[in-house]
Ligand binder design. Structure first.
Ligand SMILES: [Zn+2]
Length: 836
């Protein structure tokens, strides 16, 4: 959650010596000294190597030190510290532009704010003036995924090149654009990877990825947090981009696997998200083709467009811009082995297939010149990323007024009223649902990304709807439909204290995309198998969070009869709802587990994002736990330390075997082993509680011979497929694990499990609904899921096993199902203390 107070706190804490100068210069950009050092240090002169050299890596302190040096030496560069990362490293952004623009940043920030919100522009004359005066703001963000390390190194070279440029092309870029260069939105990960790389250099493990999450909680999912804003990094950068600078173009620099195309750049693959403006999709394609042409012209081969990556999902660094009327660009360079060169054979390329590319050796229109294979170096990656960055900046500079005008126009269309009477004009979020923490978090996420939310200070009379949401194609054929939970043509009174989110705001498409159910098109391969989406198919935020948020189609009160207060701060909502208010960095949420219980969360030798998100949720709710490592489980006598052992979703073979011997240094290999399995059996038989999420249930079912089987095991994707969607549960709320919950609950299903009994002794707490299972996303073969077990408890000896067939804490977003976890833990504590 973002609060102004905590950001101010971040700024004061982050008083790193190297940044004192630039921090002091922050409040008034215009006060920066004009005279600068004559020589601008090259990265090589500071680091001792050129970024991108084989087998070199700059860590975070080297990167921030270089940018601090550049800030001091160049009047084209101004570095700002945004705050601190999760593990307390400074998160920085470098503003790069012509000297006169840097001196007038405040002026351009103000222009951007107005262009982003046409309600702040007084007529056409002022609009034209803003467009004539404005600069295109471009964000380039490097290495959000830390093992995709090269871009973070590239950022220094790019900054240096722009700071020293004398040629006409780069001068035009400096004149017409303001670059917000983020060397990495995940500083902690840069150090995790750099330290690991140095440690393993010249060993058999050189170039391998570190066997730990490169973000403390999220790992790779740090690029799935951009509407939820769970992570500090997301919060800080979202504030920079969508409260302060409103970039017209955002370029997110990534790397992909080693053996396929050398470089992916948009246009993207299907399906497009229907809420993204077609103009934006065209601009994404146009810039992508410019990049592809420039990279190709520089002699690189293996450039791929229109493949694999799509615009369906929300929540990525480059997908969030689409819902802020901005252009999001992704590039994916083929990886080397961290900073070590690799060799790719023709055979490997021939075996590499993906959506939109049959293999990496065959020329097609979207892949016109395959690469023959051979040596692949970090330098290749860096050069392509440099060319792409220049191409994007050059487009921004050459078509400056076009980008500014269209950005403004998208905002203007967003604030227009709807055209059809049955279309929603707003969404309501009811307070007092008994889910106040979830309501507070939902509102904080919305406000954090710049969405306008109002509190009702007087009741409203509204018509709710629509009853059914449908999508049809241009022939009128039905693509899918959902029944909304609330259907009422009558006028309803909404009490004061509730929240309302109007659609006639610049972020209209963001609100729509977060609130309405997703209807993912039924996409099958020629063989009839499900075609895998790039990421999840459904994410409807109020559903995930279990918060009732009906659409409003009519409001009886006219505009001047309404009494509304704009919510600008997360703590304001918490105060409204009488929840404890955040102080500093501490999460203000009260531990919901009713009795003390010693919890171990299994953390194996392989990196597991589901484990990280579990810790995130426990830390956020202030539920104490410790990590149970492989060695702890192998050692046994688990009762001495734990009442409950929780296994986040992970394949049982991975839990038991861990990293294979020889693949990594010995201390990082091996899982819980057979000895650990036996210790788990003993733990449960003697009164312990074993809780398993999703894939980890398999371990308990098979090793403890539970009378259950996963009905989805081995089922082909032509018969059943559900890739990241929200499904409906029927809940037995007389069971203590489900007390205080509604009988219908939305749950997150991501290629998850469903159980049937094979014997007696299973207490079922929740089943997948008997009909209308899918609430948002894509579900192929619904009959396989109907009525099957979603949450069960089995007594084993003196203890018990609790099996969640789905992920109750997925990405820290599924607040609807978190109470199930807290109830299980509260009752585990009760049973443990009874037995003592
Ligand atoms: Zn990536």
């Amino acid at each position: 959650m973002i609060s102004r107070r905590s950001i101010v706190a971040h700024l004061t804490i982050a008083a790193f010596a190297a940044f004192v100068l630039c921090l002091a210069a922050q409040p008034a950009y215009a006060q920066r000294p004009v005279a600068r050092a004559a020589t601008i240090p090259s990265p090589k002169s500071v680091l001792g190597f050129t970024p991108g050299d084989d087998r070199t890596v700059a860590d975070w302190s080297q990167i921030t030190n270089y940018f601090a040096r550049l800030d001091q030496a160049s009047d084209r560069v101004l570095v700002q510290t945004l705050g601190q990362s999760t593990l307390k490293r400074p998160l920085i952004v470098a503003f790069i532009s012509a000297r006169e623009n840097i001196l007038a940043l405040q002026k351009y920030k103000d222009i951007q704010r107005r262009l982003a919100d046409p309600r702040l522009v007084a007529g056409k004359l002022q609009r034209d003036r803003l467009i004539a005066d404005g600069k295109v703001v471009v964000t380039i963000s490097c290495s959000i995924h830390s093992t995709e390390i090269v871009a973070s190194q590239m950022s220094m070279q790019l900054a240096y090149e722009l700071a020293t440029a004398q040629d006409d092309d780069l001068r035009e870029i400096l004149q017409n654009t303001i670059l917000l260069l983020i060397p990495s939105p995940n500083p902690d990960g840069i150090d995790i990877v750099a330290n690991w790389y140095r440690k393993t250099l010249n060993t058999p493990y050189e170039g391998k990825e570190p066997p730990e999450l490169y973000h403390h909680y999220a790992g790779h999912d740090d690029n799935r947090d951009w509407f939820m804003l769970n992570l500090k990094e997301t919060q800080l950068i979202t504030r920079l981009l969508w409260h302060e600078w409103f970039p017209q173009i955002v370029y997110d620099v990534h790397q992909q696997g080693s053996n396929g195309s050398r470089f992916f750049i948009p246009p993207f693959y299907d399906p497009p998200n229907p809420n993204i403006s077609p103009w934006l999709l065209r601009q994404v394609g146009l810039i992508g083709h410019k990049v592809a042409a420039d990279v190709q012209a520089a002699g690189f081969k293996g450039i791929l467009t229109n493949a694999l990556y799509d615009t369906w999902w929300h929540g990525g660094f480059r997908t969030a811009p689409y819902y802020h009327n901005s252009i999001g660009i992704l590039s994916e360079a083929a990886s080397a082995r961290l900073m070590t060169p690799s060799t790719v054979t023709g055979e490997q390329l021939a075996r590499s297939a993906t959506r939109g590319m049959r293999n990496a050796t065959e020329a097609t229109t979207n892949f016109p010149e395959p690469w023959a294979g051979g040596a692949w170096r970090p330098r290749d990656i860096m050069e392509m990323e440099m060319i792409a960055s220049r191409a994007i900046l050059s487009m921004a500079a050459k078509f400056r007024t076009n980008y500014l005008q269209n950005f403004y126009e998208l905002g203007r269309k967003s604030i227009e009223q709807r055209t059809k009477p049955d279309q929603p004009i707003a969404y309501l979020v009811h307070a007092g649902q008994g889910r106040d923490e979830a309501v507070a978090k939902l509102i904080a996420s919305l406000v954090g990304q710049g969405i306008e939310v109002y509190r009702l200070d007087r009741e409203l009379h509204v018509t709710l709807g629509p009853q059914v949401l449908q999508r049809t194609n241009s022939l009128g054929e039905k693509l899918g439909a959902y029944r909304m939970t609330i259907a009422n043509a009558e006028t309803t009174e909404v009490p004061l204290g509730c929240y309302i989110i109007f659609l006639d705001q610049p972020q209209r498409t963001n609100v729509t995309t977060l609130f309405e159910p997703q209807i993912y098109p039924n996409r099958l391969t020629a063989q009839g198998e499900a075609e895998r989406p790039y990421d999840v198919a459904g994410w409807t935020l109020p559903l995930q969070m279990g918060v009732d948020a009906p659409a409003v189609t009519m409001i009886r009160e006219g505009e001047n009869e309404r009494r509304l207060t704009r919510i600008t701060d997360a703590n304001q909502v918490r105060a409204d709802l009488a929840l404890p208010v955040a102080r500093g960095d501490e999460s203000p949420i009260k531990n919901p587990v009713k009795q003390p219980v010693r919890i171990g969360i299994y953390k194996g030798s392989t990196s597991n994002m589901d484990e990280g998100w579990t810790r995130y949720v426990f830390d956020t709710f202030n539920v104490p736990y410790s990590s149970a490592r492989d060695a702890d489980i192998r050692r046994g006598n688990l009762h001495a330390n734990f009442d409950v052992l929780l296994f986040p979703s992970q394949r049982s073979t991975e839990i038991v075997a861990g990293n294979a011997a020889g693949s990594l240094p010995a201390e990082l290999t091996g899982g819980i082993t057979e000895a650990g399995v036996n210790n788990l059996k003993e733990f449960v038989n003697n009164g312990g509680t074993l809780v398993c999420f999703d894939a980890a249930c398999d371990l308990a079912i098979k090793q403890l011979n539970l009378p259950l089987r996963n009905v989805l095991e081995g089922v082909r994707s032509s018969e059943f497929y559900c890739p990241g969607s929200i499904v409906s549960l029927d809940v037995d709320n007389k069971n203590p694990f489900a007390s205080n919950l509604p009988t219908k609950l939305p749950a997150y299903f991501i290629n998850s499990s469903a159980f049937a009994t094979t014997g007696d002794g299973v207490r079922v707490i929740a089943r997948y609904a008997k009909e209308n299972v899918l609430l948002s996303g894509w579900l192929l073969g619904e009959d396989k899921l109907r009525g099957q077990i979603a949450l069960a408890e089995v007594t084993v000896g003196k203890g018990r096993v609790v099996l969640f067939a789905f992920r109750p804490q997925h990405r820290g977003q599924t607040w609807a199902t978190l109470p199930l976890i807290w109830n299980v833990l509260s009752n585990a504590a009760a049973s443990t203390s009874e037995e003592r």
